[in-house]
Design a protein around this ligand. Sequence first.
Ligand SMILES: [Zn+2]
Length: 243
Amino acid sequence: MEEQYSHSYRILCRSCLQPTDWCYCKNIQPLDVGMRFAILQHPLERRRRIATGRMAYLSVQGSYMIHGYDFNDDPHIHALLQNPLYQPVVLYPEPPAFNLDVLSLHEKRQLILDGKKLLIFVIDGTWATAKKTILRSQNLCQLPRIFFQPRQQSRFRIRKQPTKDCFSTIEAVHQCIDLLGEACGFDLQDRRHDALLTTFDHFVEAHVQHKEMLKKTGMGLSPRRVEKKHIEGEKVCSNKMKK
Ligand SMILES: [Zn+2]
């Protein structure tokens, strides 16, 4: 029985939740960037095999991963909002929102009260699901909002973005660090945070090459069909990444 099960379902890494041959944990060095992120993952996003919210969560020290789409009564969100150590904001581009592209360093520092750490809620989902999440979750809707204009087109070649201004979650987290790191006491000079994009690029490239190989050989199941099997019969292996 166990053998049949392992034939039908590939084993997943306990940390990144990817099939072990796609595990990207070896590329991740969790970084303390002087701020915290809470990745709010929509259930639909959780089912996607090719997604970057979890990658962002694993890449930034002290991050939180919370699943759901209506956070009004979510005890984890409530605890974070009540934590006196945090200054919570939400990354969401609709007004009223602070445009990080035009704020001076002084203005960015003013966003953060003395002695507090910036906590950025990032909704990990499509634009449509993010909008619904904000509308449903009054506790998030009432938070100060921040946004930015992506400086370049998304590097997420394996997933179609609705417009050229859309970023994957890990790209959005990276740009937040880029724009707010200095105000949060993180040294941007050596570009250590670019490691987030390096992990992402390796992941994307591996999928592009795999897709090309499947096209050439005409082999394999589509990724979505494989993904559904994993979710329905998830099985995990030991975590290779040091926590
Ligand atoms: Zn892994």
